[in-house]
Design a protein around this ligand. Structure first.
Ligand SMILES: [Fe+2]
Length: 379
């Protein structure tokens, strides 16, 4: 009797984490596979045979498939992979299909908690490397860089009995649709973003200005204008100890300054941020970024974090003291700037309102917000 072929994304991820997935057959088109694929904590043998080639010609490809291991098939929406997994099962293969395909993978999240108080939750979008931070102190909460799927954020707030006081976007996102405005509306609290990024926005917002102070529970947040990735990029320093850095500083790189088409100008802003604006801050400060370049950046607790001291020691951008050297280094490390990023920026300004299907298409793929770094080779 054949086994059920469909495996839900949550179970799929657990198997991936446990090392129980050792062979993936990705059935999407070659260019889709080349730009974005399923990534686990450890490398998994993955081959790409587009379904358009595979269907009706299966016999030709069977020699590439192991009979002694489970095979997990993936396609865009989970239909083609299910059909082919059933066919492979009928031929004696242990074949399974990721239900919902890469669309389901794209919207799968995991939440990890930082030890200590206040309560800090990192909501991590596995496929994209996008991170939302929810911070709760004495029944009051702030959310920094809300992802589009806000129901999970609201569930945390409800579960903790917390009242949301502020929603911040550290910058105008280009790789994913922000859920910030929707969350702020739903929870009846202010939505804050720096005017340098929100200029032309089709919605009201509270300007996030350098030096602004915000309190919630027993905590305070200080806004620090850290432009470069975008002109309005801002970081939030909590209690003088934790820096929510947005895309300014990430674990293995810094935010790329070319997504607005003004690389020279924005790279100089970034230089000033790294070498002057952040200079007074202690090495001990813990950085919690909004993006990761790879799931490999998560630690054993599922968290993406580093100290400012580590960033200063390990990221080459801090060693480039001369501005001209810095700018030329930046220019040498740029990745592709996807066309859809310009559309996403317009959506995040409220200038476009695509339907759900198009939103999913816009958000396909890993974030490319950082400059090329040690985990960026595959993007
Ligand atoms: Fe970004």
């Amino acid at each position: 009797m054949p086994k059920a072929v469909d495996i839900e994304v949550g179970e799929f991820k657990k198997k991936l984490d446990r090392g129980e997935i050792s062979f993936l057959l990705d059935m999407r088109q070659e260019e889709e596979f080349a730009s974005w694929r399923i990534e686990g904590g450890k490398p998994v043998e993955t081959i790409n045979i587009p379904q358009i080639d595979f269907v009706g010609e299966e016999e030709k490809y069977l020699s590439q498939l192991p009979k002694d291991r489970e095979i997990f098939l993936v396609c865009a929406h989970g239909g083609a992979s299910k059909y082919e997994a059933e066919l492979l099962q009928s031929k004696g293969y242990q074949a399974f299909s990721l239900a919902g395909g890469m669309v389901a993978w794209s919207i799968y999240y995991e939440t990890s908690r930082l030890a200590g108080t206040p309560l800090i939750q990192q909501i991590y979008r596995i496929a994209k490397g996008c991170i939302t931070h929810v911070v709760i102190s004495n029944g009051e909460a702030v959310v920094i860089d809300a992802v589009r799927h806000i129901e999970q954020i609201r569930a945390i707030l409800t579960g903790q009995g917390a009242r949301l006081k502020y929603v911040f976007d550290t910058h105008l996102q280009a790789d994913h649709i922000s859920g910030g405005r929707e969350l702020a509306q739903a929870e009846a609290c202010p939505y804050l973003i720096c005017p340098a990024d929100a200029a032309g926005a089709a919605y009201p917002y509270q300007p996030l200005i350098d030096g602004d102070e915000f309190t919630f529970g027993a905590c305070s947040l200080t806004a620090l204008h850290t432009p470069g990735h975008t002109p309005g990029s801002s970081s939030l320093l909590m209690n003088g100890k934790i820096l929510f850095s947005g895309d300014t500083i990430m674990e293995t790189t810094v935010g790329r300054p070319d997504l607005g088409g003004k690389v020279e100008e924005w790279a100089k802003l970034l230089y000033n941020t790294i070498h002057n604006r952040l200079k007074p801050l202690s090495d001990e400060i813990l950085i919690l970024p909004t993006h990761a370049a790879s799931v490999m950046e998560r630690d054993e607790d599922g968290l993406v974090k580093l100290s400012l001291g580590e960033a200063r020691r390990t990221l080459p951008h801090f060693s480039l003291i001369d501005q001209a050297d810095f700018v030329s280094y930046v220019k040498s490390t740029l990745l592709v700037n996807p066309d859809r990023y310009q559309e996403i920026r317009k959506v995040n300004l409220g200038l476009l309102t695509p339907d759900e299907t198009h939103l999913q298409e816009l958000e396909i793929g890993k974030n490319l917000c950082g400059m090329a770094g040690k985990n960026s080779e595959s993007v």
